[in-house]
Design a protein around this ligand. Structure first.
Ligand code: HEC
Ligand code: HEC
Length: 271
């Protein structure tokens, strides 16, 4: 029996279905491989082909070796574990004099009463990095930027050494103790969030991560929101942006409230 007469190409509906499937295929490939990769706010592709390959997960040899520059300033500070470890008395003394101009906001003893971050007992490397970033424009803040602009590299080393040398406020037993929220004590492994203290101190310290205990809640919350939105983007390799983006608004609130409820020298206690 001949099947020629039954060829699906004679059936108008079959042809329509095939055409519709083909159109859908092309449209979906365009949306998935071209449109969405190019619209991603956190990824910058070198070109159309680059976007297609990265969306399809195809590893390629880079054709040009110049990295794709983001459209904002990134931090140029190189942080090393031993950086500013060996501050001498002269440097700390010079830092103390320089710190007079900072006292109005950061407090005479490095403890702020005006929702500016506390600096007493902060890691010297963290202070130095932030000052460098304010000066270069990698981190910007209308209030802080003009103060960093005037400092020389040595001034920043000295003032960072001075604040790191100041003691953290001791434990205040009368404060209400809040139990560490899940996001702080355990992180969220399924969302790639390690416990905060694994970088920020108390569990372990990853160089360049500031000490958070006792910082004002409003400050912590504002920084986490700024990282999540990409408005603060001076964190090297997006360490904090990748974390903050994955946090829920409630987790941001809980972490801010918890860290601010601790006295500066408190160590974290898990559940
Ligand atoms: C007029 C108020 C004011 C003065 C004066 C001031 N700062 Fe600040 N500083 C701020 C505020 C507000 C922030 C938080 C900025 C933000 O929200 O991004 C800040 C942030 C910082 C940070 C970042 C801290 C962190 O944990 O990330 C450092 C370091 C710092 N200031 C050091 C200094 C030093 C050193 C001086 C003096 C040379 C100084 N500041 C003078 C208001 C001030
Ligand atoms: C992988 C390490 C890492 C982990 C985990 C981490 N952070 Fe950070 N965080 C950093 C680094 C590094 C910085 C400093 C970024 C920069 O260079 O400006 C930072 C900065 C911050 C700041 C701004 C502090 C300041 O004074 O400028 C806040 C607030 C913060 N982190 C909160 C958190 C919270 C809450 C968690 C847990 C949910 C967390 N971080 C987990 C590495 C980490």
């Amino acid at each position: 029996m001949s099947v020629r007469g039954n060829s699906i190409f004679r059936d108008r509906w079959a042809i329509r279905c095939i055409a519709l499937t083909a159109v859908l295929f092309v449209a979906i490939a365009f949306i998935g491989l071209v449109l969405l990769p190019l619209l991603q706010p956190n990824v910058k592709a070198a070109g159309l082909w680059d976007a297609i390959c990265s969306a399809a997960g195809i590893a390629r040899k880079p054709t040009n070796t110049t990295p794709v520059a983001p459209d904002f300033k990134i931090s140029s500070v190189v942080v090393t574990p031993e950086m500013l470890d060996t501050a001498d008395a002269q440097s700390i003394g010079r830092g103390a004099t320089l710190a007079h101009q900072c006292a109005i906001c950061h407090g005479p003893a490095g403890f702020s009463r005006a929702d500016s971050p506390n600096l007493s007992g902060q890691y010297a490397s963290a202070i130095y990095k932030q000052l460098k970033d304010f000066q270069s424009g990698a981190r910007s803040n209308a209030i802080m930027t003009p103060f960093a602009a005037k400092l020389t590299d040595q001034d920043m080393i000295d003032v960072a050494s001075y604040y790191a040398y100041l003691p953290r406020l001791p434990e205040d037993r009368t404060r209400q103790v809040i139990v560490a929220p899940q996001i702080v004590s355990n992180g969220a492994p399924l969302r790639n969030i390690p416990p905060c203290g694994s970088c920020h101190g108390s569990i372990d310290h990853k160089v360049g991560s500031p000490w958070l205990q006792g910082q004002p809640a409003a400050y912590i919350k504002a920084q986490l929101q700024a990282f999540a939105r990409g408005q603060r983007n001076n964190d090297i390799s997006q360490q904090m942006r990748n974390i903050a983006r994955q946090m829920t608004p409630q987790e941001i609130d809980e972490a801010a409230r918890y860290y601010s409820s601790l006295s500066q020298s408190a160590q974290l206690t898990g559940r």
